[in-house]
Design a protein around this ligand. Sequence first.
Ligand code: PMP
Ligand code: GLN
Length: 387
Amino acid sequence: LNRRLAEFGTTIFAEMSALALSTGAINLGQGFPDTDGPEEVREAAVRALRDGRGNQYPPGPGIPELRTAVAAHQQRRYSLSFDPDTEVLVTAGATEAIAAALLALLEPGDEVIAFEPYYDSYAACIAMAGGRRVPVTLRADEGAGRFRLDLDELRDAVTDRTRLLLINTPHNPTGTVLTRAELAAIAELAVERDLLVVTDEVYEHLVFDDAEHVPLATFPGMRERTVTIGSAGKTYSFTGWKVGWVTASPELVTAVRSAKQYLTYVSAGPFQYAVAEALALPESYFTAFRDDMLAKRDLLSAGLEEAGFRVFRPSGTYFVTTDIRPLGETDGFTFCRALPERAGVVAIPNAVFYDHREEGAPFVRFAFCKRTEVLQEAAKRLGAAFQ
Ligand code: PMP
Ligand code: GLN
């Protein structure tokens, strides 16, 4: 393994999912739903396979039907207009979109500002692209019950070498949804310092309570400097299909496509037809999906609170971050490695998402995109283990 990747080893998701399998514990670690997305979307994939649509290399930028559906979604929801031919790119999941964007846009030595804790592929992809990551820590605000961005710290992190801001809202793993005011400040900073922005909005449909998802590309001066990333895996509960997309200006899409064509060349064909149909589902699909996750958030959060965790009830995503110090614990790694034996549950130590590991040490993430009875059982086990 070369020096750029040596520090990354095996992803925590593989390690913890393997632990779940070997111990038979309930896996609230890796974020994937335990029920598949809509039946009619699965049928659409089967039809595409059977009819021979997409079984050979589809077009490099993605099939026109899907690019059109992505553009229509951005228009309908956010009043953002994108030309499906020049401003939309289909990728092999959001993961490839992140990799291709960073590989395409960074020069060696360029600095990339990302919030920490950050989704684990960010650090690895910045490294593969030869960039330097500059983390800005989201800090636990116990009074507000959320992890908060310090805008002054963000401003101070920008240097003459900063090329790009890598934003994620709703945010994995903290569940923070950036407010309109925070986003406006980020947008102003990007314009003032002439920065590119890559914004990972894969949880755009999972926002709760009073929170609102506002795409960064809607702010003044942002459309032409922003690469926005979405994912069918997250939005339609088909994480195994690996269909994602990018919307951006023609120049930025062309750049990202240049990298994508040498990573995967194209993304799996039949699934693209199915996701094009999924994007045309009525609004009620998104509402039902969100309401279902909201009920699950509350179920698991209540169980964790009862077991003695301090819970940061998320405003978005399907993850809940907890503080284990009220349980008399201080190290999330040790805690998560012992949790399957102790409680029959698997969780993720947030420290892996930090450069400043000590900042993340007491935080542990649980995924709640699981069936109600599974969450009930997990809550019961945690309650029993931490009497
Ligand atoms: N970004 C974030 C913030 C994520 O949590 C994930 C995990 N699914 C991804 C990107 C990757 O998405 P995909 O499965 O579409 O590659
Ligand atoms: N995004 C999911 C998570 O955060 C899964 C990521 C993965 O397996 N690479 O758990």
